[in-house]
Design a protein around this ligand. Structure first.
Ligand code: FPP
Length: 257
């Protein structure tokens, strides 16, 4: 099944609108997004950085809704990395408040839309109000069957791998796991993303072309999509473009066709 969407094609500054075809039978199962560019978006408007993050939350609303409508099964959003603690404390505080507000405000609609609200990362270091909202949101949506919205919070790919090594070591010591059994499948089970497919598509807006410690284990064969648009301006037409490009890639997973 093909669906037609009207988007600006090829050149973001080009006003010519084209229709692109999205193959509804080849929607990526798991899309992961590095929501970058909030600070620069705010600076361009002479606003404080926190206003950029606030505008970023609006973009989250639109993208979660659209991903859900398209039938994406997992959407992982990089909201706060293990390195983001280096930011000024008022910015960190504002991000934590936005998270609590987002979960309180959006819970009902997300739940009505059958969304499972999950998180990855070490949330024990987040303020207790954030932990409570995240745990409640998960407990109250875990039986839903639609999109899994996976919020990466105090998440770092290297930290996740170290954590997995330690958990594996503990399980070997307590004879829950035998060292002969360790393979890629077993290691994947010790990641925060256990039981989720690896991301098919990783999107990074704002012009930066790096992974920034995101899903290092899981991205082995992910397709990357970059754009100069800053995250607060990223809308459903950009999601359609990314999916359209993804559908036109030749994924060989190291093999040949
Ligand atoms: C990167 O842009 C963005 C972040 C570190 C935070 C992303 C958070 C949100 C979009 C809102 C809060 C999250 C939730 C789930 C409610 P940047 O600040 O590094 O931008 P810059 O590179 O232009 O400075």
């Amino acid at each position: 099944m093909l669906s037609f969407f009207k988007v600006k094609k090829n050149n973001e500054n080009n006003d010519e609108n084209d229709k692109i075809e999205i193959d509804m039978n080849n929607i990526p199962k798991h899309i992961a997004i590095i929501m970058d560019g909030n600070g620069r978006w705010a600076r361009e408007r002479n606003l404080p950085r926190t206003m950029g993050h606030k505008a970023g939350v609006e973009a989250i609303r639109e993208i979660v809704k659209e991903a859900s409508t398209l039938g994406v099964k997992y959407l992982t959003l990089y909201a706060f990395s293990t390195e983001n603690w280096k930011r000024p404390s008022d910015e960190v505080g504002a991000l934590m408040n936005l998270l609590v507000q987002y979960l309180k405000k959006e819970f009902k609609e997300l739940n009505n839309n059958n969304v499972i609200i999950k998180h990855i990362g070490d949330i024990s270091k987040l303020p207790s109000a954030c932990q409570k909202e995240l745990i409640d949101a998960y407990n109250n949506t875990k039986n839903n069957t639609g999109l899994t919205l996976n919020l990466a919070l105090n998440y770092g790919g290297r930290n996740e791998i170290v954590r997995a090594f330690n958990l594996i070591y503990e399980d070997i010591k307590s004879h829950k796991l035998s060292e002969e059994c360790i393979d890629e499948t077993v290691i994947s089970k010790y990641m925060y993303t256990s039981n989720m497919p690896d991301p098919d598509l990783i999107i990074r807006p704002s012009g930066e072309q790096r992974l920034s410690n995101f899903l290092l284990w899981q991205c082995a064969y992910s397709e990357f999509w970059y754009s100069n648009i800053k995250w607060p301006d990223f809308g459903k037409k950009d999601l359609h473009k990314a999916i359209y490009d993804y559908q036109n890639r030749d994924r060989r997973f190291g093999g040949v066709k």
